[in-house]
Design a protein around this ligand. Sequence first.
Ligand SMILES: *[C@@H]1O[C@H](CO)[C@@H](O)[C@H](O)[C@H]1NC(C)=O
Ligand SMILES: *[C@@H]1O[C@H](CO)[C@@H](O)[C@H](O)[C@H]1NC(C)=O
Ligand SMILES: *[C@@H]1O[C@H](CO)[C@@H](O)[C@H](O)[C@H]1NC(C)=O
Length: 524
Amino acid sequence: MGKMLSEAFLIITVALVLANTVVVKVSGQSLTIWPMPATVSYGQSHLYLSGNFKLSTEYVDSSGILKDGFNRMVSLIKMDHVVDANRSASLLGLHVVISSPNEQLQYGIDESYNLMVPSPEKPAYAHLEAQTVYGALHGLQTFSQLCHFNIKRKVIEIQMAPWTIIDHPRFSFRGLLIDTSRHYLPLPVIKNVIDSMTYAKLNALHWHIVDTQSFPLEIPSYPKLWNGAYSTSERYTVADAAEVVSYAQKRGVNVLAEVDVPGHALSWGFGYPSLWPSKDCQQPLDVSNEFTFKVLDGILSDFSKIFKFKFVHLGGDEVDTSCWTTTPHISKWLKKNHLNESQAYEYFVLRAQNIALSHGYEIVNWEETFNNFGNKLSRKTVVHNWLGGGVAQKVVASGLRCIVSNQDKWYLDHLDTTWEEFYLNEPLTNITKLNEQKLVIGGEVCMWGETVDGSDIEQTIWPRAAAAAERLWTPYDKLAKNPRQVTKRLAYFRCLLNQRGVAAAPLDGQGRSPPVGPGSCYVQ
Ligand SMILES: *[C@@H]1O[C@H](CO)[C@@H](O)[C@H](O)[C@H]1NC(C)=O
Ligand SMILES: *[C@@H]1O[C@H](CO)[C@@H](O)[C@H](O)[C@H]1NC(C)=O
Ligand SMILES: *[C@@H]1O[C@H](CO)[C@@H](O)[C@H](O)[C@H]1NC(C)=O
């Protein structure tokens, strides 16, 4: 296979030795793919795409995932330029071979792909091979990044052909959190976020649906819960949520739904005040009330019909139990059951876990649950790190799985965290045993919603989420040790996002800062 150029912004000539021993010279070119694939080799020819660039495949595309993905890709590479269809072209289309007919977007499915773009000697097809249609979608994204609009010829061009790219993700869970409780996010905004995730090969949308401030989702089992929405229009119906899941699934993105208990749940009580410890002390949820667990069971039952991902997120963070001890009927219940407040917190979390398990879910919980009673958690728990570094190593040493999101590095609402810090955050820090490394299923960047709504979410997510996306996709030995080595390539990707209509902010300055002055996109 081709020898990979770790970072080739080098204006030098590099010899690439291919498996078939052909030596290809590359000069003055740069790789602009983000995230960097596992293996890339390329040459120095140009070729042009036919104005009628075709998908060719024998794949039985019953739900149109491949065809729709291909059509989206063609529209992405045109970027609304008017292409001159009359020019002669050497690349007629893309031939796609997919081995597995299974389109279930299970956790841990094969997302690998091989992409080959030929030399332009005679009119030909490029080739894309994948185990699953979702691997093929990643291949289409990579293909789209090889394409450029040649403004003189007015056609789409691929430089540095022939290309051979062999690629697969480093981690199976590559997430982005959105928060629709602190601010409602309209459905088109969520869909745009999902589309932009696919450009960086992120594959899990963690939907933090409800919290203290609002409850925007319809729950048929308990129809007054969404009385806790900010307004009647700032709500999602069950059908809306199902549409988000379906939209994401067709793009290879899983939706991890969260209901954060027992803290972060004040808004539940607007519809059902008996879920509050009292009118004056409104969270955590009343642990002494059987109705609390009935409602949770109803929510998770309704979830299981919409959110088909293997995992549900049960939160469990930042639980301040003082309302439990100061509310007479709860403190009486605690005494009767010989529980102090921390034991009651454990009781709540473990009971919630059992309810989720009864609906067929495995569980994600924020790290406080592990920090307080890790050995009591279901073995089907994935512990979600957020407080800081050093947690993942303890979690995996205990044999549980972990998702890394340490707030000092991967919280997008921390505007002073730079893209370089996002890039350098290594999920396997201090984890050396292979069996423990495998328990880190991936990582997630978190876009908490206190200061984010439809007006600024894209530029707060991008480009910093892309820096983390490369960390999660690209093999460790291909990652830059010094982020300065990838600045130009990330700037290129940021401009590509802008060209595709995504409001990604400049690399310079704090998260989501506007450009500081006039200048080319590529140097900001
Ligand atoms: C392509 O050819 C057609 C037919 O000759 C002509 O009408 C059209 O203007 C040409 N398009 C471009 C973009 O040159
Ligand atoms: C609760 O009880 C457990 C077991 O006796 C004890 O270890 C823990 O320190 C107690 N917690 C509080 C907050 O009193
Ligand atoms: C990794 O280990 C080193 C040395 O013990 C320590 O200084 C560092 O804080 C650890 N990093 C993380 C993220 O745990």
